[in-house]
Design a binder for this molecule. Structure first.
Ligand code: PRT
Ligand code: MG
Length: 220
């Protein structure tokens, strides 16, 4: 048996969209994290196990080598930084976009032009800071951990920077998307040391993920 490998995934959309990629290579995950409370899941391959961690923690487990590989959103990777991580494959899964949104009727373009200070609530401080700095817009950033959509509704902020997929959450809260910052998808990440030390075991997995990602619908 080759060296055992650990793959870090978060439950929810990343787990749900990674499992079919593994299945294309005949790798079956024996348990469902939505119903099982287990955090270490065996697969049909004795040399591959999956650990279930919070989405924002995936890069941390991989950076320190507690997991050899992981799947994480570009949003998460930009906030975490890429130290110790190799990012070989864009899997094209869990797609969405990072956008600026404001309450209906708020004159965003005016506010931005007039050089006023904009109060922006977000979980993505680093990405938001870089975006507004590049535009030369002065912002006060307010860090939140979730439910960003609420902040402009009750006067905590003028605008939010958040992920949007269907747009339903914005619409339900009378917010409008005024600027797209970037397209987001999830990437395979690999611990840099593991890539060298366990190359024989990791290379075939990279091959499997590349092929499976290629088979997905091309980006629209
Ligand atoms: O939910 P939890 O607090 O446990 O952690 P998390 O939100 O970090 O994890 P999870 O599983 O929700 O998201 C994992 C990854 O999926 C993210 O890092 C993104 O790369 C990706 N992804 C894709 C999304 C979305 N689409 C998405 N729509 N992550 C979050 N959302 C949220 C968004 O923040 C907003 O609140 O869904 C809401 C908007 O959805 P629509 O469809 O109403 O526009
Ligand atoms: Mg979430």
């Amino acid at each position: 048996m080759s060296q055992p490998l650990t793959l870090a995934l978060s439950k929810g959309r990343i787990f749900a969209e990674t499992v079919p990629l593994l299945a294309q290579a005949g790798i079956v995950v024996r348990e469902d994290p939505e119903t099982s409370r287990k955090l270490i899941l065996e697969t049909s391959r004795a040399d591959l196990r999956i650990i279930i961690v919070r989405a924002a923690d995936v890069p941390t487990y991989v950076q320190y080598g507690a997991a050899d590989l992981g799947v994480a959103g570009k949003d998460v990777l930009l906030e975490h930084g890429s130290e110790g991580l190799y990012q070989p494959i864009d899997l094209g899964i869990a797609r969405c976009r990072m956008s600026v949104a404001v309450p209906k009727g708020f004159e965003y373009q005016n506010a931005v032009r007039q050089g006023a200070r904009l109060k922006v609530a977000t979980k993505y401080l680093r990405t938001a800071r870089e975006h507004f700095a590049a535009k030369g817009v002065h912002v006060d950033l307010i860090k939140l951990y979730g439910s960003m959509e609420l902040a402009p509704l009750i006067g905590l902020a003028d605008a939010i920077v958040d992920l949007v997929s269907s747009g339903n959450t914005l619409r339900a809260n009378d917010l409008v998307e005024v600027e797209e910052i970037m397209q987001i998808s999830s990437r395979l990440i690999v611990n840099q040391a593991a890539l060298k030390l366990k190359q024989a075991a990791i290379s075939p997995l990279l091959e499997i993920f590349s092929r499976a990602a290629l088979r997905l619908e091309p980006a629209s």
